[in-house]
Write a protein that binds this ligand. Structure first.
Ligand code: 5GP
Ligand code: ZN
Length: 294
């Protein structure tokens, strides 16, 4: 973290896991974004960039508060009258918690880039035979304050998303993974791909995490970072089975079963992994990494 700040790549905001990105850092992110979108497997995908906020109703329907209440961030706004406003200002002046004078809005912070895609597909009617493919990006929020620069509260995920027949979803994940592995190798990263599980909450969460791991529903591309004991997950390849399809009322022609899958690329993590691997000055990077990132 100190090195990234000293090199002028990111800047502190006073909040752990929340940083400003410099032009030089963003140039790397930009190059990665373009290179990932240029993978052959993204050729027919519809492109969308979503805002860092999403519909609270969709967030609730997808069960986020059951699985990850500890990571969620919701938006609270003030909707009171002048009397209530005076009380709020008094609370503020005397250092009393004033948030109880606000109420929740109809938006929440997006926890994973693909959440807004499923209702979009549902709004178009039955999923076509060839399925639906997306290449998307969003700022994501997860309440995980940390001084580890690889763990941010606010970061960008670029994702490929597929909605279609179960066997198509499985095949698409395999294709994403093969091409993403080649890209990571060409970028000069050292990595392995391993089964993983999400950070589900509580005792019940352990069962969900065990099942996810056992059935290899989540695979992560773990990058070795010089000077660190533990590798860092920079990409994930996920099969959701019918979870989001059921939550968002998705079905195929004549009611055919629909599954979804996504591949998530952590743009800041990948940029930081490249900086850790090849050095703070991209001009001194290996030629192939420099070419790929542009
Ligand atoms: P997933 O949705 O599988 O947890 O995350 C997908 C990708 O987003 C991860 O492989 C990683 O690259 C990125 N990501 C997840 N959590 C964080 C985080 O706390 N900080 C950063 N910078 N990236 C993250
Ligand atoms: Zn996703």
């Amino acid at each position: 973290l100190d090195d990234l700040i000293a090199e002028g790549l990111i800047t502190a905001t006073g909040v752990a896991g929340l940083y400003g990105r410099s032009g030089r850092f963003e140039a790397i992110v930009d190059g990665l974004r373009r290179r990932i979108s240029a993978l052959p497997v993204a050729a027919q995908a519809e492109v969308f960039h979503f805002p860092p906020l999403m519909s609270r109703a969709v967030f609730e329907d997808n069960g986020y508060m059951s699985s990850f209440p500890h990571l969620a961030g919701v938006v609270a706004t003030f909707a009171g009258d002048e009397r209530e406003h005076r009380a709020l200002c008094e609370d503020l002046a005397s250092g009393v918690d004033w948030l109880c004078r606000c109420c929740s809005a109809d938006v929440v912070l997006t926890p994973a880039a693909c959440y807004p895609v499923y209702p979009l597909v549902a709004s178009r009617g039955p999923v076509p035979l060839e399925g639906a493919s997306f290449d998307i990006e969003s700022f994501c929020f997860r309440r995980e304050p940390s001084t580890d620069p690889f763990r941010l509260q606010s970061f960008r995920q670029k994702e490929f998303v597929f909605v279609g027949a179960p066997e198509q979803a499985t095949a698409r994940r395999a294709a994403w993974m093969a091409q993403a592995r080649d890209l990571a190798a060409d970028l000069g990263l050292r990595f392995s791909v391993e089964p993983a599980s999400d950070a589900f909450f509580g005792k019940g969460g352990r069962i969900a995490a065990g099942r996810q791991h056992e059935e290899e529903l989540k695979l992560e591309l773990l990058v070795s970072i010089p000077g660190r004991d533990q590798p860092v997950a920079c990409m994930s390849f996920n099969l959701h089975q019918d979870k989001f399809a059921l939550a968002c009322g998705l079905s195929g022609l004549k009611g055919a079963t629909v599954h979804s899958a996504c591949a998530g690329f952590g743009l800041e993590r990948l940029a930081m992994a490249l900086l850790a691997m090849h050095g703070a000055d991209p001009k001194a990077w290996p030629a192939e990494a420099r070419r790929l990132v542009g």
